[in-house]
Ligand binder design. Structure first.
Ligand SMILES: O=C(O)CCC(=O)C(=O)O
Length: 293
């Protein structure tokens, strides 16, 4: 199977008729930007229509079978991040290399335009992720800050866009945020799955208090939420009859560098210390439009 990471523009039907980057319809407003600034996230932005959801769900279905073509291209592939078969979290990095819909999604203007606004600069691809919880046996994702997994890249200029491929509710394990926690210092990794509250062991009293007031980010299928790399977030189990599937796009402001001699992701050549992210695994996705004040 060809590695789609060699192609740095959309080439399939996903974005047909979706509009173009830079169009005002895709921009978020000042109140949304202010919400991101003060709370660390902005949620409820519509990105995918019914046809796009159908395409992405059918591509995802193929990935769930561990014997699929192209499986060597994943940077990471976990049928279940958890040892417990009753708490399944399917998690994989690199879908854009395997299927045209997940490839083209990177260039969706409803994603790239708000990303340029939030990052206040040109947007470069870091990596993608799939996070899927099956009906009835879905596990939780423990509280964490994304940047605790990304300290090999600096400076901080990262952004996560979490896209619901199903209606995501508190019952089927939607994302939950601790508003304002993006202003906390960087905390150590305490585990991505398993004990939801493992992070409590490294929190101070004020932070533990704040953890009592999470906000559930319930989204309709096709909506997304953007969150800050330091924002504390996690998600509960899925015991409903419905799956909870999500595609996640992680990007950086252009200029963020590798801070390691090792490969940034499995299967990539090393970039070297101090080298800005670039090359065929980290395409530039969008350039910032001038502010329309
Ligand atoms: O999908 C989830 O439940 C967790 C996702 C997550 O942690 C992330 O996108 O950073």
């Amino acid at each position: 199977m060809p590695d789609l990471a060699r192609t740095h523009e959309p080439f399939g039907p996903l974005l047909d008729g979706a509009g173009a980057a830079g169009e005002p319809q895709f921009r978020i407003d000042e109140a949304q930007l202010e919400h991101f600034e003060s709370q660390g996230y902005v949620a409820g932005i519509k990105i995918l229509d019914a046809g796009q959801l159908t395409q992405l769900r059918s591509e995802l279905e193929v990935f769930l079978d561990p014997a699929h073509d192209g499986r060597d291209l994943w940077h990471e592939y976990h049928v279940n991040e958890n040892a417990d078969p009753d708490a399944v979290v399917f998690h994989a990095l690199g879908a854009w290399r395997l299927s045209v819909g997940f490839h083209d999604l990177l260039w969706h203007p409803a994603f790239t335009e708000p990303a340029t606004q939030i990052l206040q600069g040109d947007v470069r691809f870091w990596h993608d992720q799939l996070f899927c919880k099956p009906a009835r046996h879905g596990g939780n994702v423990a509280w964490h800050q994304d940047y605790s997994y990304w300290t090999r890249t600096k400076p901080l200029g990262h952004l996560t866009c979490w896209i619901a491929l199903d209606d995501a509710t508190i019952d089927n394990g939607c994302l939950q945020y601790i508003p304002g926690s993006h202003r906390w210092d960087l905390l150590p990794q305490t585990g991505l799955v398993g004990d939801m509250d493992a992070v409590e062991s490294v929190l101070d009293e004020a932070q533990r208090d704040a953890m009592r007031n999470p906000v559930a980010i319930e989204l309709k299928a096709g909506e997304c939420t953007f969150h800050h790399p330091m924002l504390m977030h996690g998600s509960g189990p899925n015991r409903t009859e419905r799956p909870r599937r999500a595609a996640v796009l992680n990007v950086v402001r252009d200029g963020v560098c590798s801070m390691t001699d090792a490969p940034l992701l499995a299967g990539q050549p090393p970039l070297g210390i101090g080298t800005p992210l670039g090359g065929h695994f980290h395409p530039l996705l969008a350039t910032a439009s001038p502010r329309a004040d």
